[in-house]
Design a protein around this ligand. Structure first.
Ligand code: AMP
Length: 213
């Protein structure tokens, strides 16, 4: 069955890890705004040039840039999981309008809940593959910058914005601008809250049981 999912949660709540599992398990496309933007930055496109400074400071990229980018990505897709979008109420309203035009309502908005102390710990020990985006954690396995990804062989790096100062700003922005989106979906009756603590597999089992309902 077609599924249209939004996954939400603070930076480091584990959205990326869950998206990798969900897209395999349900065979749906993942649209990950952070990854799309990072690709634009490394390809030095107009979007990348406009977005880089905001991203390095942990601030949100302006809504119009993001909304246009998502509109392009969603073309022709009737099943997908959105990670990192919407992050403001303006973006959530724009998404509703796009989906109305396509006559495809959202199936569910999942909120991964994790305490702040765990978030900071996870982000300061997070490594990512520069090729496929796979996430590694030095809390789970010995990993350092320059190691090769076990899936695709590209180099493992640290994200530029995973430093303590930028993490604090990203959490502040999340509370101020993204938490209202959680309330937006709660009011619409499509929000499902999931405990984001534990291993990625444990968290996925919680998600799987509610998506199978
Ligand atoms: P993420 O990988 O989801 O943590 O995103 C990294 C950065 O990309 C964020 O800190 C923002 O600067 C930017 N970004 C990603 N998604 C959005 C969005 N929906 N709206 C605005 N900025 C975004």
């Amino acid at each position: 069955m077609a599924k249209r999912i939004v996954i939400m949660g603070a930076p480091g709540a584990g959205k990326g890890s869950q998206v990798s599992i969900i897209k395999e398990k349900y065979d749906i496309d993942a649209i990950v705004t952070g990854d799309l933007l990072r690709r634009h930055v490394s390809d030095k496109t107009d979007i990348g040039r406009a977005a880089a400074a905001y991203m390095n400071e942990g601030k949100l990229v302006p809504d119009d840039i993001i909304i246009d980018m998502i509109r392009e990505e969603m073309k022709g897709k009737d099943s997908f999981i959105l990670d990192g979008f919407p992050r403001t109420v303006v973006q959530a309203e724009a998404l509703d309008r796009m989906l109305e035009e396509m006559q495809l309502p959202l199936t569910v908005a999942i909120l991964l809940s994790v305490d702040d102390e765990i978030i900071v710990k996870r982000l300061t020990s997070r490594f990512v593959c520069s090729g496929c985006g796979k996430i590694f954690s030095s809390l789970r396995e010995p990993v350092k910058e320059g190691d090769k990804c076990s899936d695709c062989g590209a180099s493992i790096i640290r994200r530029k914005d995973d430093n303590e100062e930028t993490i604090k700003e990203r959490l502040r922005v999340y509370r101020e601008q993204t938490f209202p989106v959680v309330e937006y979906y709660r009011r619409k009756g499509i929000l499902k809250e999931v405990d984001g603590t534990g291993t990625p597999q444990e968290v996925f089992e919680r998600i799987d049981s509610l998506l199978g309902e």
